[in-house]
Write a protein that binds this ligand. Structure first.
Ligand SMILES: C[S@@+](CC[C@H](N)C(=O)[O-])C[C@H]1O[C@@H](n2cnc3c(N)ncnc32)[C@H](O)[C@@H]1O
Length: 304
């Protein structure tokens, strides 16, 4: 495959859209299945590399989801009646199309780009530098962290948050579905207070009596195939009175799939959390740290 690809976009009338590394002005919105007169089609041809292609497709998916959430599409109500059908493509269920391979990374820089994607404002490295202390300061304000505290970092990636928690003296158990992320986490956190396990090993630990004071799951539940199960495992691990911190998309899910990049299956993560734990408070996502804060949210929960 050549390094560069041609991408055709026809679509969004008069809308201006910033997608990752490119800014595009779309000239016409006439979906083909609505019988567009061919002379009105203004296809935009862009040459971009594979990473840009993925980013653009991802951004467009997110953008269309946001239009749907704002009820811009008139058939939204009808669409909502059959979430299952929309989640299946070519007769294959979301489960069959699930692609955790997006989290296979080869080094720390790659991992950072997947963990905190460039959202068209600050790059991954800047987001990393700004977001990490901002989230840690939220945790410090809410929890008593230090020696003798055990925290589970569910979906720890390479251990961005784990590392800071270890620095404060906490014992941290990272959990991650990706073998590559787990291996890099050991290297990145580089602290004897840190250990990292698979989700299956985590369930096993919980079954054998492991418990924690706090858990965080940051940019993770939106990507889990079965988030209710993941939350169930976290809840079982929490001591009574223990706290959970969640950072997530505010409106949509982004399950990695083989025939796209992400798919929104419309599971409401925030509702799921408050149905299972006591909602202590929801917080606006901190502003000025590399993303449009209106689309993201943080939440503190407690197991009673
Ligand atoms: C966007 S990254 C966030 C990493 C980390 N929480 C951070 O903020 O730096 C999402 C991580 O969740 C992991 N993940 C996805 N689904 C998971 C699951 N069901 N159980 C555990 N980890 C999962 C991915 O492998 C990836 O490392």
């Amino acid at each position: 495959m050549s390094e560069h690809m041609e991408v055709f976009i026809d679509g969004l009338n008069q809308l201006h859209f910033t997608g990752g590394l490119v800014r595009l002005d779309f000239m016409s919105l006439h979906p083909e299945d609505e019988g567009t007169p061919s002379e009105k089609k203004t296809n935009l041809r862009v040459i971009m590399n594979a990473r840009q292609t993925v980013q653009l497709r991802d951004s467009l998916n997110t953008f269309i989801q946001r239009l749907q959430e704002a009820n811009v599409f008139q058939n939204q109500a009808a669409g909502n009646r059959d979430v299952g059908r929309r989640n299946a493509r070519n007769g294959r269920s979301l489960e069959e199309r699930y692609n955790p391979g997006v989290f296979s990374v080869s080094n720390i820089d790659d991992a950072k780009r997947i963990i905190l994607t460039d959202e068209g404002r600050d790059g991954s490295e800047d987001r990393w530098r700004k977001e990490t202390p901002a989230l840690i300061s939220l945790l410090k304000n809410e929890w008593r962290l230090g020696e003798g505290t055990t925290v589970v970092d569910y979906g720890c990636g390479i251990g961005r948050i784990s590392k800071e928690l270890c620095r404060m003296g906490c014992r941290v158990v990272g959990v991650d579905i990706s073998p590559e992320m787990r291996n890099l986490a050991v290297q990145y956190v580089n602290d004897e207070r840190f250990s990292v396990v698979t989700p299956e090993a985590f369930v096993n630990m919980v079954n054998h009596g492991f418990s924690c004071d706090y858990a965080c799951t940051i940019w993770v539940l939106q990507h889990c195939l079965k988030p209710t199960e993941d939350l169930g495992h976290i809840k079982r691990a929490l001591k009574n009175g223990g706290g959970l911190f969640v950072v997530n998309n505010k409106f949509s899910r982004a399950v990695p799939v083989i025939d796209g990049v992400w798919q929104n299956d419309n599971i409401d993560i925030w509702r799921m959390c408050r149905d299972n734990l006591r909602e202590v408070r929801l917080l606006d996502f901190p502003d000025g740290i590399g993303v449009d804060a209106r689309f993201y949210q943080c939440g503190f929960y407690q197991k009673n």
